[in-house]
Design a binder for this molecule. Structure first.
Ligand code: ATP
Ligand code: SF4
Ligand code: MG
Length: 320
């Protein structure tokens, strides 16, 4: 891993309109991902994880803020200017079966990004399709002519990964790549992503609602709550010594057997529902569910503050 940031997001906000009301699905997101790093992004459903992944690939571009890839600003570029850059950042989605057209042949699915990019040499396309299918553990001779609906969820995710790899991207945004898969298959796909990272020199943004999964694959982890980052640290650190009550709550909800520690030695399990982003609580967004909340928490919003190198937290009363 080098220190050079491959991706830099600064003060990114994405606004949506729902029921005639504008709201910020994500607000003031500042994150960078170093070349060769895996950054985990974790948080409950609806906190804005997919909105961030879409803002990175500019589909759509964020409402405000900056997204730089290799130092080049992506926001504000025309479709024509961004198209050639897109080959460097690919995305893999949560539900592999529905993200593939069931009636299309594997060969056409995997070759499609090359064809869209204007590659015409049929032999070159065939060579690359076979190479990436082999890399993801699929035998091209028996898969090329079969259709997507003839494969299991895990096999479909392998095909999606092959399709992302064929462009030889620098960054892959993995938006909950294993959450729709059986537990036994999840480990295979996670191992495959690790292998592909090594083999192709990839940088990964790994999104999940499951902190246990994220921790195992990530160098650093960013925790999101209701559209904002509330903690960011190296993955070992955030797991062993979370500084935000929300992170501690996420850890406390991981089954003991996966956590490898006593249930009462870290935070309290999360209670209550995530509030609506249309009407976030005053002050700290987490205060309605926080076991440590005090008066100040409803009056003043905590900013992200550095606790130590590469560990930042947005809480008025983090554990010392
Ligand atoms: N196109 C849209 N228009 C209006 N609201 C949207 C749109 N897309 C997402 N939202 C809302 O924005 C918020 C963030 O959604 P997002 O999909 O980014 O969350 P998420 O963290 O990826 O959730 P999940 O874990 O369920 O995938 C949610 O409240 C969601 O309902
Ligand atoms: S600022 Fe207050 S409410 Fe928010 S996480 Fe910290 S203690 Fe809890
Ligand atoms: Mg999502």
């Amino acid at each position: 891993m080098t220190d050079q940031a491959l991706l830099e997001m600064k003060d990114v906000t994405v606004e949506y309109v729902t029921q005639g009301q504008r709201f910020d699905a994500v607000l003031g997101i500042t994150l960078d991902i170093a070349e060769g790093e895996t950054l985990g992004l974790v948080g409950e459903s609806g906190c804005g994880k997919s909105t961030i992944s879409r803002a990175i690939i500019q589909l759509p571009s964020p409402t405000s803020g900056s997204v730089k890839f290799r130092g080049r600003e992506l926001t504000g570029l025309s479709q024509k200017d961004i198209r050639p850059l897109r080959r460097d950042f690919q995305i893999i989605f949560q539900d592999p079966i529905s993200s593939l057209n069931p009636r299309r042949r594997v060969n056409d699915i995997v070759a499609e990004p090359l064809i869209i990019a204007g590659v015409k040499d049929k032999m070159e396309i065939d060579r690359k399709v076979r190479e990436v299918l082999k890399a993801v553990g699929m035998d091209p001779t028996v898969t090329l002519d079969r259709r997507a609906h003839q494969f299991s969820g895990g096999q479909c995710q392998r095909i999606c990964i092959a399709r992302a790899l064929i462009m030889e991207p620098k960054l892959i945004v993995c938006d909950e790549p294993v959450s729709a898969l059986d537990v036994s298959i999840q480990a295979q796909i996670l191992n495959l992503l690790e292998d592909m990272k090594e083999r192709y020199g990839l940088t990964l943004l790994f999104i999940s609602h499951d902190l246990a999964v994220v921790k195992n694959v990530s160098d650093r982890v960013a925790v999101m709550y209701l559209g904002k980052i509330c903690e960011l640290a190296e993955s070992e650190k955030i797991y062993a010594a979370p500084a935000h009550p929300y992170t501690a709550g996420l850890i406390a909800t991981i089954p003991e057997i996966d956590r490898g520690r006593q249930s009462n030695d870290i935070g309290k399990p999360l209670r209550g529902e995530i509030p609506s982003p249309l009407n976030p609580p005053s002050g700290c967004r987490f205060r309605t569910r926080c076991p440590e909340a005090q008066e100040k928490c409803s009056e003043e919003e905590p900013n992200l503050k550095k606790l130590e190198d590469s560990h930042v937290v947005a809480c008025h009363f983090p554990p010392v």
